[in-house]
Design a protein around this ligand. Structure first.
Ligand SMILES: NC(=O)c1ccc[n+]([C@@H]2O[C@H](COP(=O)([O-])OP(=O)(O)OC[C@H]3O[C@@H](n4cnc5c(N)ncnc54)[C@H](OP(=O)(O)O)[C@@H]3O)[C@@H](O)[C@H]2O)c1
Length: 348
């Protein structure tokens, strides 16, 4: 199959991640035969701009997947749980951006630069990681080529679009209200996000970590194929519209110099080193927003560990953190002629 023969559905096309998928398809001038935006019954029938044309939003339900070759699911876990397998039964290759399939051992969790080969064994669904795990595993994969990694400590600074469009509207509305001297109302988050920082992303677990923090550990292990990886995360929501940043400390088994680390990162696909403190150049959410690459800087020896490196990264959570990674999986599967589940391919 060629890319100009495929019919692509974007489920959640009116949302932050799905909307970015449409934007990327357009930006790349994707030659798809047909692009079908899907959303809830609330949006069905509405028009959505796609360059010079308007596409009609279709309600996401099983029948809507007839004739679709690949579906990017970005409408939350409930929709994926209800429809992903039904779509697969109709011969659709599903790429899911939510969290429900990520730790299912029968479903690959893929960042193409790191573990693209895992696409080969998919059962009809490939999952994409959490938007904080994706840039982190790319950095860890680049650096483990120098020395094995013993432990990672990471603190995230996550933008509000990571929660979706409603959270971004809440940040803007609260900011306007506070600046006008009013009292801000919080609906999406438990506290005000404007002019504040919340050390709270996703639900708390019994051990004191949050689900988001455990996602970073478990997803990194699965993608890197390293069940022994030690990783402790503190996930923090900040009043930034787009791009997640991370402060990362990595402990290696042997000496890694800052120069070695810079070289390995600069050579890695999808990573750009932005690291010139003398010119105040380092990654920032504003510079990462709208870009496809993971920006890495502040690369230095971590003086708290014998063999440690500390660094800072920023990555557009809607692009590489979500939609771009999904489109790269689609392209990679197409190249590998791997849209069909592996069981159906091997019995050919
Ligand atoms: N935002 C990110 O940075 C990011 C990163 C990685 C993964 N993800 C994942 O992407 C998914 C979407 O997140 P988001 O941030 O884009 O959320 P969002 O901005 O709130 O968008 C949600 C989308 O889901 C659709 N939807 C809701 N209920 C539906 C239903 N019953 N049937 C069909 N469509 C329905 C909405 O359509 P209506 O407009 O019709 O309600 C909307 O298009 C989540 O699973 C999230 O974990 C997001």
């Amino acid at each position: 199959m060629n890319s100009n023969e495929i019919n692509i559905a974007v489920v959640g096309a009116t949302g932050a991640a799905g909307g970015t998928a449409l934007e990327l398809l357009l930006e790349r001038n994707h030659p798809a035969e047909k692009i079908v935006p899907m959303a809830s019954s609330r949006s069905a029938g509405r028009k959505i701009a796609y360059g010079d044309v308007e596409l009609t939003i279709v309600e996401a339900k099983a029948e809507a997947f007839d004739g679709i070759d690949v579906a990017l699911f970005a409408a939350g876990g409930l929709v994926s749980r209800r429809l992903a397998h039904k779509a697969v039964e109709k011969g659709v290759f599903v790429i899911d951006k939510g969290s429900i399939f990520r730790m299912d051992p029968t479903i690959p969790l893929v960042v193409p630069e790191v573990n693209g080969d895992d696409i080969d064994w998919h059962p009809g669904i490939v999952s994409t990681p959490n938007c904080t795990s994706t840039p982190l595993v790319m950095v860890l994969d680049a650096l483990r080529s120098i020395s094995p990694i013993k432990a990672v400590t990471v603190a995230t600074y996550q933008s509000v679009t990571g929660t979706g469009i409603a959270a971004n509207e809440e940040l803007l509305e609260q900011s306007r209200t506070v600046l006008a001297g009013g009292m801000a109302k919080s609906e999406v988050y438990p506290h005000e996000i404007a002019f504040n920082v919340l050390p709270h992303v996703d639900d708390f677990l019994e051990d004191g970590y949050t689900k988001e923090e455990k996602k970073m550990l478990n997803e990194s292990r699965k993608i890197l194929h390293d069940d022994a990886l030690l990783l402790s995360a503190t996930c923090v929501r900040v009043p930034v519209e787009i791009s997640h940043s991370e402060s990362v400390q990595i402990e290696f088994e042997s000496e890694v110099t800052a120069d070695d680390a810079k070289r390995a990162l600069a050579d890695y696909d999808g990573v750009i080193v932005v690291d010139d403190p003398s010119k105040n150049e380092y990654p920032m959410p504003l510079s990462a927003a709208g870009r496809d690459e993971v920006l890495v800087g502040r690369i230095r020896k971590d003086i708290a560990h014998e063999y440690g490196i500390a660094l800072w990264l920023a990555c557009d959570n809607l692009r590489k953190g979500a939609a771009l990674n999904a489109l790269q999986i689609m392209d990679e599967a197409l190249c590998r002629d791997a849209f069909k589940p592996s069981a159906q391919r091997s019995t050919k």
